[in-house]
Design a protein around this ligand. Structure first.
Ligand code: NAD
Length: 509
């Protein structure tokens, strides 16, 4: 696959909060990526062979390294993203939690399955489904959670027994460097590799992998899907979103105004499963908007130097992202929306003020496009039906939230929404529950991550094995139950098989 790559051997990473240099990485060209892939493939069979218990031993050592170095990891993360310390400090802990989950459950999730034969004809056979990892999984990541996403994606692929070639974003590669360093320092087998660079490096990872897991924008995801299809490689895509919040008139308004503020402003709004637009039933619109605005106005924004202090909202990861946010706010106000708080870049680094917009309509870019920033556009709706209709009126279908005093009603509304996850009276919860599937509908993705056993099985090829149940059996023996229908099917099958080596059989009622 081809993708454009700037002509430079090195990427210099800047702290977007203040412009200082945070570090640098090399740009891996096609030959370097192919060499790394070859090396990883050498060690993968042994990694698969030691089984889930053997892998768990190494993964728990790695977890210890991550916990021992969590402050350092948080510092590196802040230096390349401009995140607030509070936001950044969650990421290493999230990875540790995911290691617990996937390493802890891999033996159970990857155990052979023995389906019951669907008809009496095959009761003489032992049927087995075996899960064998793709030897090399390529994982391509964006910049919004440079560490936490590795817990969501790299950790289960390793637990499944695959080798992993990780391609972090060119904007935030430094946390991934530390993540892989931790693996090496834990003494784990060399089955986790890193390819740094721009889109072209990602394209080379696709060329060399057996399975591709991509997280990023819908536009790039389409290109990745085409490249994988051309090479007949399986893939999964976790893409953009425009997550709606529906605030129903029976909601606890304080709770909703707190939760929506948190869901919209966490990580400076750069969260795929966040709150990007808000639909509020008319009877509580004014009260809700007033409380939301008060909450957002109180948020403190900045970049910390004191390790004991955290701001609520950090910087945007890039100047380009800040400019998208500014454009959406400017276009909304030009079309008649009102800024209730915030509304512009602070002037320092890539910071954009936490913003609430009222009198917003569906045709504005802040409603129809992914903003991915600290803005909460609020729309007044007549009732639940209008809220559901507008929430579903999007090319995206990643996640939504519903705020209501009646959780039964919330669940009914959830089942009317066209998206992969709905959190009731809370935001982001599903992100922290690996037992649940996390995936986008419509233009928000193909496939799912997490989801209990399926989160590991997706990194595996499934193999069917059949074997005779009776080792001494000289000829085929068929049983059937006392059901007449089963007996008829078995007899018909025996006749059909008679000319194909089935010499003798018995029938048991
Ligand atoms: P992006 O699509 O620009 O880049 C993502 C990654 O793809 C980067 O590592 C980049 O180098 C690589 N890449 C670029 N071109 C490529 C190509 N042709 N082949 C292979 N790789 C290529 O996305 P971004 O701006 O880094 O991230 C922001 C987007 O990610 C937002 O749209 C956000 O919603 C989305 N996101 C989605 C989820 C999810 O779980 N659904 C999670 C986080 C972020």
């Amino acid at each position: 696959m081809t993708a454009v790559q700037p002509k430079s051997d090195t990427i210099t990473v800047h702290n977007p909060a203040d412009g200082t240099i945070a570090g640098s990485v090399s740009v891996d060209g096609p030959d370097a990526v192919a060499a790394k892939a070859r090396e990883l493939r050498l060690f993968q069979p042994e990694w698969e062979a030691i089984g889930p218990r053997g892998r768990k031993k190494w993964m728990m050592k790695w977890q210890e390294w991550i916990l021992d170095n969590s402050d350092h990891l948080t510092d590196v993360l802040m230096s390349e993203t401009g995140k607030s310390r509070g936001d950044a400090s969650l990421e290493a802990l999230g990875v540790a939690d995911y290691i617990n989950y996937w390493a802890g459950h891999a033996e159970e999730f990857l155990a052979d399955k023995h389906p019951t034969p669907h008809t009496a004809l095959y009761r003489v056979k032992k049927l087995t489904t075996v899960y064998r990892p793709y030897p090399l999984v390529g994982i391509i990541e964006p910049w919004n959670f440079p560490l936490a996403l590795l817990g969501l994606d790299v950790v289960p692929a390793l637990a499944a027994g695959a080798a992993v070639l990780l391609k972090p974003s060119e904007v935030t590669p430094l946390s991934a460097v530390e993540f892989v360093r931790g693996w090496t320092e834990a003494g784990a087998p060399p089955v986790l590799g890193l390819a740094t660079g721009y889109g072209a490096t990602g394209a080379s990872v696709i060329d060399n992998a057996d399975y591709v897991h991509f997280t990023g924008s819908t536009a790039t995801g389409r290109k990745v899907g085409v490249a994988c299809a051309e090479q007949l490689k399986p893939f999964s895509l976790e893409l953009g979103g425009k997550d709606p919040a529906i605030v129903l008139a029976d909601a606890d308004v304080d709770r909703a105004a707190n939760g929506v503020a948190w869901g919209g402003m966490f990580n400076a709004g750069q969260v795929c499963v966040s709150i990007e637009r808000v639909y509020v039933e008319a009877p509580i619109y004014d009260e809700f908007v007033a409380k939301l605005t008060e909450n957002v106005r109180k948020l403190q924004q900045g970049s910390e130097t004191d390790p004991g202090f955290t701001y609520d909202v950090g910087a945007m990861a890039t100047g380009a992202q800040r400019d998208i946010v500014a454009r959406h706010v400017d276009e909304a106000t030009a079309a008649g929306a009102r800024v209730l708080t915030g509304g512009k870049p602070t002037g320092q680094g890539t910071f954009f003020e936490p913003t609430v917009l009222a009198d917003v309509t569906a045709d504005m870019s802040c409603i129809s496009e992914e903003t991915f920033g600290p803005t909460l556009p609020v729309v007044k709706v007549a009732d639940e039906d209008e809220a559901v209709r507008l929430a579903n009126d999007s090319q995206y279908g990643l996640s939504a939230t519903v705020w209501t005093g009646d959780t039964g009603r919330g669940e009914r509304v959830a089942r009317r929404l066209e998206c992969g996850a709905v959190n009731i009276n809370d935001a982001l919860t599903n992100l922290f529950c690996p037992g649940l599937p996390m995936g986008g509908w419509k233009s928000s993705g193909i496939g799912y991550r997490s989801g209990g056993a399926s989160g590991l099985i997706k990194f595996c090829r499934q193999q069917a094995i059949t074997a005779p149940r009776l080792p001494t059996q000289k000829s085929e023996l068929l049983w059937y139950s006392s059901s007449k229908k089963q007996a008829r099917i078995a007899l018909a099958a025996m006749r059909a098989f008679a000319g194909h080596g089935l010499r003798r059989f018995g029938i048991k009622g």
